[in-house]
Design a protein around this ligand. Structure first.
Ligand code: P6P
Length: 336
């Protein structure tokens, strides 16, 4: 039996009617969804289009760009520029802020995105994703400086991701919970298949790159050791571990069945403040995790409350089930 599902358009119109979702934001979300459809198609046909390889260029992160990193970035650039209220774009793949307006006004949007997260998974046919975030300007802008886009994650009016896995998921929040849509092959529609996604308070699953053990601080080592000790250890329960090298895939799994994701600052990345980027990875994912009832922290403070200092700033990330994140925060509090 085929279940009836709400379309993305119907859901957004309902949010406009019942919660005053802005009409321009509705159009921007649909343009973002279109970008995700196009990227999904490119990925699934990648082997036939000879676009799974690397380019000769590197991004500001110092990472060699995959051809699809560049293609996905261009897709977001062209589609997010359709909305007349988008004043600027910030992308992991572009050094500078892209200004679309000479004199941005209060109410205009800033769009931050990681067009293709986890792209090292592409040529081994594992999951990758896109991450996006929208903030609304609170005042007119006189001078176009990078400082304009350094807004806290609490200012987000929309955040989401698209997961290019066995199916293509579009998961987002406008501040009224987390909604999960699935791209229906054939019609191309995004249909609401996972309404009101919620995180349990506790879990028996954690996600961390365990090969970084030698770089971790004592708090992270303590937490992971206690999980690994299982039933006979202080946690008195058995834990499982997952690591997929794609934050989008990790967070989607955590939203679906619980868990905690850790990419903490460590002895090797402490000069840059961590590995993951604040504006277009940590903030949008933190917004979603909190909207689903979870917690997102650097270990010492709420990620959404961090004042960005630069638009490619990196940060320590610990997010997921509330009880686990709070336990790790309590260990950091003991450490200081
Ligand atoms: P590692 C992908 O490059 C990413 O930014 C996240 O999506 C992912 O969680 C992490 O880095 C993977 O890092 O240490 O496994 O290469």
């Amino acid at each position: 039996m085929t279940l009836e599902h709400t379309t993305l358009r119907k859901y957004l119109l309902q949010m406009q009617k019942e919660h005053g979702l802005d009409q321009d934001l509705t159009l921007l979300v649909e343009d973002i969804a279109t970008s995700c459809r196009i990227i999904s198609h490119q990925i699934r046909n990648g082997p036939f289009l000879d676009i799974l390889g690397a380019t000769e260029t590197s991004n500001i992160q110092g990472e060699t760009q995959k051809q699809l990193d560049v293609i996905a970035n261009d897709v977001f650039l062209s589609h997010c520029s359709n909305c007349q209220r988008v004043a600027a774009l910030v992308s992991e793949e572009m050094d500078d802020v892209i200004w679309l307006k000479e004199t941005p006004k209060a109410g205009d949007y800033l769009v931050y995105f990681d067009p293709l997260d986890g792209s090292s998974n592409l040529n081994v046919n594992l999951s990758v994703g896109s991450i996006f975030s929208v903030v609304e300007l609170e005042q007119d802008i006189e001078t176009l400086t990078n400082e304009v886009v350094l807004l806290k994650g609490t200012k987000q009016v929309f955040a989401g991701y698209s997961l290019y896995g066995p199916s293509t998921s579009l998961v987002f929040s406008t501040g009224k919970g987390v909604q999960g849509f699935t791209h229906k092959m054939g019609t191309g529609e995004f249909l609401l298949t996972f309404p009101d996604m919620c995180l349990p308070d506790s879990t028996e699953e954690f996600a961390i790159n365990a090969s970084r053990w030698r770089h971790w601080d004592e708090t992270i080592r303590r937490y992971v050791e206690e999980c690994i000790k299982g039933e006979n250890g202080p946690r008195q329960k058995s834990f499982n571990m997952r690591w997929t090298a794609s934050m989008v895939a990790e967070i989607h799994r955590i939203l679906t069945r619980g868990g905690v994701f850790l990419y903490p600052v460590d002895a090797e990345n402490e000069q840059t403040g961590g590995k993951l980027r604040l504006l277009y990875e940590a903030n949008p994912m933190s917004f979603i995790v909190e909207q689903a009832g979870g917690r997102a922290s650097t270990g010492r403070e709420r990620i959404l409350g961090v004042q960005p200092q630069s638009h490619h700033q990196r940060i320590s990330v610990i997010m997921g089930c509330r009880n686990e994140v709070e336990l790790i925060e309590s260990y950091y509090a003991e450490q200081t």
